[in-house]
Write a protein that binds this ligand. Sequence first.
Ligand SMILES: [Zn+2]
Length: 117
Amino acid sequence: MQRKAIPKQIRQRVYEKYRGRCAYCGSAIEYKDMQVDHLVPLYNGGADDVENMMPACRSCNHYKRASSLGEWRKQLEATTKTLARDCYTYRNAVRFGQVTETPHKVVFYFEQEAANV
Ligand SMILES: [Zn+2]
């Protein structure tokens, strides 16, 4: 489905929500590289407004895709299990102490921001 382009002044407001950082991983992003993600996906009834729009880096937008935040968090928290299952090099790196797994809850950047207010 082709969506209407987001007006420039709306994009600018989305960009400024987290002072030029990705709402999910917290990386600094250039305005021109920002992708606008809908926190609650539109198909799930999310609103097409600034409140629901999140500035996202290309990688986060790609990996979140149309997942809910909860689904994506679960995927991220399972990353080391997925790597251990699928990747011989990763298993070797763990076995020889090159990688130390530190399982913890994923807290997205915008959640950390909200907690610091
Ligand atoms: Zn990101």
